[in-house]
Design a protein around this ligand. Structure first.
Ligand code: SF4
Length: 498
């Protein structure tokens, strides 16, 4: 992987430094071959946006500061503007910019105290991760290098125990952790790492194979390029616990057919044999036993909730707590009865919890069996609703008691189709068992996208666009519960066949 006639550039930003710490090849490709990058997924865009929101919110910890403009502003102008603010005696600067040793950094919040300047790096995580020490340490290195008197360095992260009551209390939402000692201890290694990266960038490029570092601490955006020699059916497709996949890879065991079966646990062996020999499993007795645990009337229930939202949106919610905004409910009163469908999707601007719960409690009969797919999730949502609305807790607890989990026979591999690829997620189970239903052509095809779509409606003024998202959300959630109806029909057909 060499780049001919490259224009050598050893300039690093903080994010490039962190990229280089993860993998020199990633830094090299970013500098000289950015065209090889994977497309940014919706999930990554959303993570980036929520990081930005948290950063802006944390500025309220030290209000009244001056922000250094950065949109369409050159790095040198950002640095100059920062210097002017420092010279003018500004006490709090947001997005302060510095450069030293050919490394450019921006400090989320820089605060002047009588002992010197304090660095505050803001993260949306709920604790300090290993990579955060390097993140803050490189800022400290650059600021110290410019001659600034830095007294302390902190990481500001989300306190996931905080419960919102009224307006968000910013000092309780965030935890501020002093990393000064660790950051000072790291200074020598930061200098070494920077030097190593600069030497590497002047070379013909590092020869680095894929490994655990491709996803740790971040998902690398060159996987499409570096992983292209991995065949479609490889050790990396194995689902669940089993031997270390990179150990196998490093021994030259890459294709599924190369794996000695006896080193695999039973569930991975089933996956391997299923994929290679198109082998299915049907344990009729076990499936019948599961079906016998269900009764009429039966409700097929699925919630959609907010996902990965750091700032608590409503009273009595915590950061990242999943708040239900939608459900789909298919209902069968008895065998061969007409299938009925109920659904709820909250408008984007309201707290959805009360209206959603009232409608749900009206629609689930007291004695009904409630079938879900992955009961941990639905029970979690219902338990939260019971805490928020204790006056309904008896009714909610009754629903929870009546919950049965359709995932169980698939997780146990009582029934397995090779097309499930070792997974027991409904996204794989449904098309393998009921090919006419699939998530492939859905505009919204997973819970994370559904959450983003619902949240995005809050900023939309275009009524047509809002309507399109609402329809896509309703279609997606409905497919989850209709899928369960069809899976049960299929299981019954299988059990009744000779
Ligand atoms: S995909 Fe892996 S090996 Fe390739 S650049 Fe990224 S981290 Fe490095």
């Amino acid at each position: 992987m060499t780049v001919m006639n490259k224009k050598i550039s050893t300039y690093l930003s903080k994010s490039l430094f962190i990229r280089g710490l993860q993998c020199h090849k990633s830094l090299y490709l970013h500098k000289y071959h950015p065209d090889l990058k994977d497309e940014i997924s919706e999930k990554q865009k959303n993570l980036f946006q929520s990081g930005v929101n948290v950063g802006i919110y944390a500025q309220k910890l030290f209000p009244g500061g001056v922000e250094i403009p950065f949109d369409d502003v050159s790095l040198s102008k950002q640095i100059k503007r920062t210097m002017i603010e420092i010279e003018n005696g500004t006490k709090v600067i947001y997005e302060a910019a510095f450069s030293y040793d050919n490394v450019f950094v921006k400090v989320d919040i820089l605060r002047k105290t009588e002992n010197g300047w304090e660095i505050y790096e803001v993260k949306g995580s709920t604790g300090v991760k290993d990579v955060h020490y390097d993140d803050v340490a490189v800022q400290y290195y650059v600021l110290k290098g410019t001659g600034l008197s830095v007294s302390k360095a902190f990481l500001v992260h989300i306190n996931n125990q905080y419960v919102r009551k009224g307006e968000i209390e910013v000092d309780k939402l965030f935890t501020v952790q002093d990393l000064s000692n660790d950051v000072i201890e790291k200074q020598k290694s930061i200098k070494n790492e920077i030097d190593k990266m600069k030497r590497m960038l002047k070379s013909q490029g590092p020869n680095i194979d894929i490994g655990e570092h491709c996803t740790d601490p971040y998902d690398c955006d060159f996987c499409g390029y570096c992983w292209k020699h991995i065949p479609e059916n490889s050790v990396f497709n194995l689902k669940g616990a089993g031997p270390n996949k990179f150990d196998l890879y490093r021994q030259g065991i890459i294709r599924l057919e190369d794996i000695p079966k006896d080193i695999l646990p039973q569930s991975q062996r089933i996956q391997l044999e299923g994929t290679l020999d198109k082998k299915n499993i049907t344990n009729k007795a076990a499936v019948e036993e599961f079906l016998d645990t269900l009764w009429f009337p039966i409700c097929f229930l699925d919630f959609e909730t907010t996902f990965m939202v750091p700032l608590p949106m409503y009273d009595e919610t915590r950061p990242y707590q999943q708040v239900p905004f939608q459900y789909s409910l298919h209902y069968l009163e008895k065998e061969n009865a007409e299938l009925q469908h109920y659904e709820y999707l909250a408008p984007a601007h309201v707290d959805p919890r009360k209206e959603l719960l009232d409608k749900l409690l009206n629609e689930i009969p007291e004695n009904a069996c409630v079938l879900v797919y992955n009961k941990t999730f639905e029970i979690g949502v219902l338990n939260n609703l019971a805490k928020w609305f204790p006056e309904h807790s008896d009714q909610i607890e009754n629903i929870i008691r009546n919950i049965r989990d359709l995932m169980i026979p698939f997780r146990r591999k009582d029934i397995y189709r090779w097309g499930m690829g070792g997974s027991y997620s409904i996204k794989y189970v449904l098309p393998a068992l009921v090919p006419e239903l699939s998530y492939d052509d859905m505009e919204i095809s997973d819970g994370g996208i559904a959450s983003n779509a619902w949240l995005s409606m809050r900023d939309l003024e275009d009524l047509d666009a809002t309507e399109r998202i609402r329809k896509a959300l309703l279609a997606y959630c409905k497919l989850d519960t209709l899928g369960m109806v069809k899976i049960i029909e299929k299981l019954k057909t299988i059990c009744n066949s000779t």
